[in-house]
Design a protein around this ligand. Sequence first.
Ligand code: AP5
Ligand code: MG
Ligand code: ZN
Length: 219
Amino acid sequence: MTEKKLRIVLMGPQGSGKGTQAQLLGDYYHLPYISTGDMFRQAVKEQTELGKKIKDLLDKGELVPDELTNALVAERLSQPDCQAGFILDGFPRNLSQAEFLLDNFDIDFVFEIDISDDEAVKRISGRRVCDCGMTYHIIYNPPQKEGICDRCGGQLKVRSDDQEEAVRRRLQIYHEQTAKMIPFFQTKGIFYHINGEQPIEAVNKDIVKIITEHGFDKN
Ligand code: AP5
Ligand code: MG
Ligand code: ZN
């Protein structure tokens, strides 16, 4: 076990590889990987009260209101499996969420995985996902058997918000709201920029290198 807690935030435009890298880091450091997007999609699928409230927002690419999002994350991070650390994917996404997070939890690293909008659109158009949480790309990261998840054998599909209009809206929100968190994290000394336009393994290596340089070991 690493002695130090390791608490990571991954931010980056749509398709930059937050989910892909969170999965790899979670496996490597044996930490839970928490994606607000996945939690919201699960709520929609199960038609919970929350799910019914947010379905339209998700399909349009709009943000879920901060009160709902902050409460969901705070509840999740207080669970026992998060006590040794965690990897947050897609939260926080605006300044008010960032302030809420740092007021209530300690964070060691914020990595911005950066790609251009053109690359984002290319990545998202080839993305295929499984209900178990795995993400693939038909060219860059294909499953062993076409259309079938390597991990669970499930049927792969296109995410319902991966439609051109919603993707454009999500990118616009990223530039208008999410990127505005960067100076805030810089003042806290926890912000690191990562070039996301490299192969998946190279992006992973860059992130692990920074974590290791700060004295965090693998579990
Ligand atoms: P969310 O699910 O977080 O979506 P997103 O931010 O749009 O990001 P994506 O999941 O599309 O991209 P990713 O960076 O995870 O990329 P991936 O690894 O899949 O949020 C969805 C919605 O939920 C929001 O629009 C909002 O409505 C709501 N929401 C979520 N959080 C919220 C919050 N905090 N507040 C309010 N609302 C919130 O990779 C993409 C593709 O590229 C894959 O096919 C992958 O295989 C491939 N790929 C990955 N890395 C590489 C690489 N290096 N080279 C080549 N291909 C790669
Ligand atoms: Mg994702
Ligand atoms: Zn699966």
